[in-house]
Design a protein. Structure first.
Length: 392
């Protein structure tokens, strides 16, 4: 009997030891006669996203909601890291694989496909990883209410010409319906070489001067009369922001003492209305150029050996989440035009729809005609003209 008991006890212990070993290798096996050691949790997959800064508020809110769902791919949890940059800087750094002290991006979201095409940025362009637009927003001109009423009491007659003539006039505001203490007429926009909205501003100025919205050529941008006209406008630019999101913050903070007019994205203008009025005691007004450019915020996955297949797969999971109806509805609340056709830009009330809330300040759902994006060599020539005129 004693021998039989020893055999049973030894067998029991052997079974438990085998179960313990298997649990350590493949995870818990269910009920055991004593607590088993848990397998270590699988390491998370970190997705690094470089994005243009006008999307900061929306992406931060979307990231929080995404991670609250405990997303996984290949059985591993997904974590997202966000870094805001100007679109031009972002594209140049990916093109040159210049990471500096930053983590290389698993995916990038510049403001516009313009930068992907102009620099021929190395990205995956087919299949599930091909670029897809997330949201869109047109370029607009914002003006402080008292400045808008002074220059345009009956609305703009020729928006870009009106601004040029007022800025080129040495008499300044005194000759254009304003107060002498306002000084010269001041315009602001971002740096064209590094920021998408700055480049788009130059394109709209060139189109306006040549009275067209397509077919811009290198001969057009190197036309001496246009070069002089552009220089007269840019000499009145008080500041060139590095990136549109931070530039909009400076407009609200500094007010008309620094900027009378500025060229920004529609979504930033809509999102900043309340803060601008609270900070400066007057609202901003929104003006749509006679032809504008639309920024489509493409989600693009760079080609390169710095990201693993699992990291790219995790990035696509995040992209699809950003394009979902709920997160596109959230984007609308931040002033973006959704890319998901199931989200109605006219939906909701004034409290949740900034287009309705700010209609009296110029916001409109129907936008003006779109100008064409010219070939890369034309954009490069225009940037060179700008650098020559501004000595930058």
């Amino acid at each position: 009997m004693l021998r039989l008991s020893r055999i049973i006890a030894s067998g029991y212990i052997a079974i438990c030891l085998i179960a313990l070993a298997l649990s350590a290798l493949i995870g818990p096996l269910g009920y055991a006669p004593f607590p088993l050691v848990r397998a270590p949790a699988r390491l998370p997959i970190t997705v690094t996203i470089w994005y243009s800064t006008e999307k900061r508020a929306w992406l931060e809110a979307a990231k929080q909601q995404f991670e609250s769902t405990n997303p996984t791919t290949s059985g591993r949890p997904i974590q997202v890291q966000l870094k805001g940059l100007g679109s031009g800087e972002m594209a140049h750094r990916v093109f040159n694989q210049n990471w500096g002290s930053d983590t290389p991006p698993t995916a990038i979201i510049p403001a516009s496909s313009l930068w992907l095409d102009m620099l021929n940025v190395p990205i995956l362009r087919s299949g599930a990883d091909a670029p897809q637009p997330l949201v869109s927003t047109p370029l607009v001109v914002v003006a402080w209410d008292d400045r808008a009423k002074a220059l345009w009491p009956n609305g703009p007659q020729d928006l870009w010409k009106d601004l040029h003539d007022a800025m080129a006039d040495p008499a300044g505001w005194k000759a254009h319906g304003g107060k002498d203490v306002w000084g010269p007429v001041k315009l602001g926009h971002t740096l064209p070489p590094t920021s998408n909205s700055g480049t788009q501003t130059l394109l709209l100025l060139a189109y306006a001067y040549h009275s067209k919205s397509s077919g811009l050529t290198s001969a057009d941008v190197n036309n001496p009369a246009f070069v002089q006209w552009l220089g007269e406008i840019e000499s009145g630019a008080t500041s060139f922001g590095d990136s549109t999101g931070t530039f909009m913050d400076d407009i609200v903070l500094s007010g008309p003492s620094k900027y009378d007019f500025a060229v920004v994205y529609e979504n930033l203008a809509l999102r900043s209305m309340d803060a601008a009025k609270q900070r400066q005691g007057q609202p901003l007004r929104i003006y749509y150029p006679p032809a504008t450019l639309l920024s489509d915020s493409p989600f693009a996955v760079p080609e390169g050996n710095w990201a693993t297949a699992d990291e790219r797969a995790a990035a696509i999971v995040f992209r699809d989440f950003l394009r979902s109806s709920a997160i596109q509805q959230l984007a609308l609340q931040y002033g973006f035009r959704p890319s998901n056709p199931n989200v109605d830009i006219n939906g909701g009330d004034a409290a949740s729809n900034p287009f309705k809330k700010n209609s009296l300040n110029g916001a409109q759902v129907a936008i003006t005609p779109l100008a064409d994006i010219p070939p890369a060599d034309v954009i490069t020539a225009l940037l060179e003209v700008w650098k020559t005129q501004t000595k930058r």
